[in-house]
Structure formats: C-alpha cells, structure tokens
Design a binder for this molecule. Structure first.
Ligand SMILES: Cc1cc2nc3c(=O)[nH]c(=O)nc-3n(C[C@H](O)[C@H](O)[C@H](O)COP(=O)(O)OP(=O)(O)OC[C@H]3O[C@@H](n4cnc5c(N)ncnc54)[C@H](O)[C@@H]3O)c2cc1C
Ligand code: SF4
Length: 441
C-alpha cells in the first residue's frame, strides 16, 4: 500500500494515431516487479472469484515480485491458456474485484502484469512446446476464435487428436478479424498458433463447416465455437445507402489490409476525409472510432440510444466486487470524438444513393408504470448529423442451436452470446472437460 498504482499508459496521441501499432506501452522490469509487490495476497482473494478463468493473481504476482518470471508464467498458464491475449484486451474483472480497489481505487495492475510475465516468458524461452501422448480419439473444433483455440489446446493436452476448422483464412476469430491491431498485434496470435501446430493441432482454415450428423459421425466428439455471426441491424429508411456499414465490415477489412490483403476501390471501406458517425456506445463502437482516426476521418461522432453511464469509480447499482458499469473513456475516445447519449436514429439521408447524413432524435427514458423496460419519449426536434460513413456497432444476436447429435458440445459466444475473450477461454476450457468426461464415461 506504500507503492502507488502505476499504469504503463498509452503512446502519445500525436504518435499513435498515424499507425496501427499497439497503443499500450510497457514498464521496465524493475517497476513491473514493484507493481506486483502491491498485490497483498489477501486472505480472501476476490480476483480469483472475478476472473472467469480463476487466474491465481496473488500467486503469480508474488513470483513476479520475487523476480521468478518462469514460475510466474507457470502459475499463470496453469489456469490461462493464452495470457498474451487477456494481458492485452481483458477488461480486468479481477482488478475491479481487487481489495485495493475497494480500499482506495488503486487495484493491483494484474492485466499489465499478466502481459509482462507472458512477453518475458516468450522472450526467455519459458513457453514450452509440449508433445502429449495420443489416446487414439479424434475431436473436431469448429471455429478458431479464443473459445475454439482454448478447447483445442485443452483437448490436445489430454491426448485427443484435434482438428480445428475455421471459415476464415486464418485462425483467431474476433481476435484477428474484429479487435483492431492497435489493441492486439496479430503476430501475437501467429506466435501462439505456431506453438499449437507444433504440439500437434491441425488447422483447416477456409473451411465453413455445417455440423450435421454426417460430420459429427466422423469424430468421437465435436466442439462448436462459431461465435455470434449475426450483428444487430438498424432497419430505418435509407439503410441501403452506400456508406452505411456494420462495424465488423470495416474492422475486419482493415485488419486484412494490414495483413497484406488487397481490396478494390469499390470494395474498400474507408473513413478518409469523411465525417463518421458510429452508432452504438460500446467497445465495438470504440474500436470503430480508433480505426476511423487512423484512416484519416474528418470528424468522428458516437451516439448511443441508452443514457450516459454514471461516473465512476463506484457504481451504486453494481457495487464492489462486481464489475462497475460506469462511464468509460478508451484510448480511442481520448484520440478525439463527440460522444452523445439518449439519441435515437430515425433515418439515413442521401443523394445519388450515397449517404450524406443521419436524422436523429434526442430522447428520454421514463420509468414504465407496469415495470419492465423503460419507455422512450421524444425530446425536442429531430436534427441531422452530417455523415458520409455510418458504422453500426449495436451488438450481436445470441445464436440458436438445436438438434445436434449427443457428441456435440457448444462453447464461447456461440453458447453464451456476445461476451469477452476471457469468458470465451473459460468456456472453451470447460467444453474440453465436458468432452473428456463424455468420452470417458
Ligand atoms: C470489435 C470487437 C472488439 C472486441 N474487443 C474485445 C476486447 O477488447 N476484450 C474482450 O475481452 N473482448 C472483446 N470482444 C469480444 C470477444 O472478441 C469475443 O467475446 C470472443 O472473440 C468470442 O470468442 P469465440 O471463440 O466464442 O468466437 P469468435 O471469436 O467470434 O470466433 C468464432 C470463429 O468461428 C468461425 N466460424 C463461424 N462459423 C463457422 C463455420 N460454420 N465453420 C467454420 N468456422 C466458423 C469464425 O470464422 C470465427 O473465426 C470484442 C468483440 C468485437 C466484435
Ligand atoms: S484474464 Fe482478465 S480477469 Fe483474469 S486475471 Fe487476467 S486480467 Fe484479470
């Protein structure tokens, strides 16, 4: 408690907005160990409870504090198959539940410590390539996002012969084709996939699989980890205009461009020289903002239909040790953006088939006398926000699944609806346990 929380922070805005390199910086190892010393090894570590993977932060923080990076990595990877992903993109549920957060709102820097331990482990050769003994049984994993990769890793370690199928050209799911490079450099995914391949997992990319009875019969078990492919649309007049896109259209295309894929001028979606309106106030929207800045947008506005969240750090509706749903400013917001709440979208406006603006309406939410969802009421007059590019970032539908043979298991966002990388990893790992139990019962 004598050492203040120190975050590594982001690269300066004027520097980072001109490239897609990771925005987050790193501390030197002396300061990192000092940060690890802040973990108090509480009698009741709420971080264990809050982390969906049950990561043992007090244990690896202690090893890190003592300078034993190898032990720190061993402890960390005993519960987390891919700490290099969560170390970069996890919203750190553990930190919100940290006793220090309750005490003085300066929780231990678990997420950054996790990333530092993992990068050191890779650099120093502490990340082993393991060769498990085969048990003669075959499992297919459909979907190579974090949940599919976690299920595959876990099953492979149990001795199953695992083939991972993905409809995309490379593994990673939303890690590769959703989350922008400025949050997660794709070389980090390649580095892990290389290890998984050396450990015996076969990857079959560019293969869209329908998990019917014939497919399932070819394997002892099948894990479906296909995520949430259907995004929420906004079916208001003008939706067909050129310039209205789903968030993932621009995000995945930008990530592909950075991977060297070429698109024709007609196919390319870019914010360059445009007023951009992002509809949806969540994290996907924030990723659109950062992407639009880097592509050279003239201006970026983000609107959200729900009210502005309360200012933190405490959330009276969701107190410690729960995750606070408070007002959040991401690195992309810091880079510049007009943010508005309680705004409903009425119509997309255009000329010659091209988007020129969006007619919106300020609203209010009134309590519903019959209970349930509050009632939306209009406030003032509709207005027009000038925009040549609209990005719809309003979330994804939870898919329906039914009628699979009994050797088929579902995990990750496909099972639970849109969530977080850390939850996808935990769900993939749990699916592997279920498969193993099923095949050994
Ligand atoms: C823009 C964006 C940013 C995000 N940022 C964060 C963040 O910063 N931190 C965080 O924790 N979470 C974030 N998330 C959420 C996180 O990415 C997801 O919760 C997580 O990736 C879900 O993992 P998954 O493996 O279940 O599914 P996905 O990552 O969606 O992977 C599913 C895979 O299945 C494949 N697939 C689908 N159908 C088939 C088929 N029929 N045959 C073969 N393959 C198929 C897809 O190609 C895909 O590769 C973000 C999400 C989005 C959209
Ligand atoms: S995965 Fe997320 S919640 Fe779990 S220890 Fe790491 S940062 Fe915390």
């Amino acid at each position: 408690m004598e050492v203040a929380r120190q975050e590594a922070g982001y690269r300066p805005i004027h520097d980072r907005v001109h490239d897609f390199g990771e925005v987050e910086q790193t501390l030197n190892s002396k300061d990192r160990r000092l940060q690890a010393s802040r973990c108090m090894d509480c009698g009741v570590p709420f971080c264990h409870w809050a982390c969906p993977l049950g990561n043992k932060a007090p244990e690896w923080n202690d090893a890190l504090f003592k300078g034993d990076w190898e032990l720190a990595y061993r402890l960390l990877s005993s519960t987390n198959p891919f700490p290099e992903f969560t170390g970069r993109v996890c919203p750190a549920l553990c930190e919100k539940a940290c006793v220090l957060n309750r005490f003085n709102h300066e929780p231990a820097t678990n997420r950054e410590n996790e990333a530092a331990i993992t990068e050191t482990a890779f650099r120093e050769g502490f990340v082993p390539v393991r060769h498990p003994e085969r048990n003669g049984r075959k499992v297919a994993v459909i979907g190579a996002g974090p949940s599919g990769l976690a299920a595959a890793e876990s099953l492979n370690m149990k001795g199953y012969t695992v083939t991972v199928f993905d409809k995309n050209e490379a593994p990673g799911g939303l890690l590769r084709y959703g989350i922008p490079n400025f949050k997660l450099n794709k070389a980090i995914i390649d580095r892990r996939v290389d290890i998984l391949k050396q450990e015996g997992i076969e990857f079959n990319c560019g293969a869209a699989i329908e998990c019917d009875a014939a497919f399932a019969a070819k394997y002892d078990a099948v894990v479906i980890a296909t995520g949430t492919p259907v995004a929420r649309d906004l079916k208001v007049p003008g939706r067909e205009l050129k310039g209205v896109h789903f968030a993932l259209e621009i995000l995945s295309q930008q990530n592909r461009v950075l991977a060297g894929v070429e698109f024709s001028k007609e196919e390319r979606i870019t914010a360059k020289g445009k007023d951009v309106l992002v509809i949806g106030g969540g994290d996907t929207g924030s990723d659109c903002i950062g992407t639009a800045h880097r592509q050279g947008a003239l201006s970026v506005t983000q609107i959200e239909i729900m009210p502005r969240p309360v200012d933190g750090p405490d959330d009276p509706a969701n107190p410690w040790p729960n995750f606070p749903r408070t007002f959040k400013t991401t690195s992309s917001h810091e880079e510049g953006c007009t943010r508005r709440w309680n705004i409903n979208t009425l119509e997309f406006l255009g000329e010659d088939g091209k988007l020129t603006g969006v007619r919106v309406q300020e609203i209010d939410w009134k309590p519903n006398p019959e209970g349930g969802r509050p009632i939306m009421v209009e406030k003032g007059k509709p207005e027009i926000i000038k925009a040549e590019l609209v990005l719809l970032a309003m979330g994804f539908f939870k898919p329906e699944h039914s009628g699979y043979p009994e050797n088929v298991f579902i995990c990750g966002d496909a099972a639970n609806g849109p969530s977080l990388v850390v939850r996808a990893l935990a769900s993939g790992r749990d699916a592997a346990v279920k498969v193993d139990k099923y095949l050994n019962s």
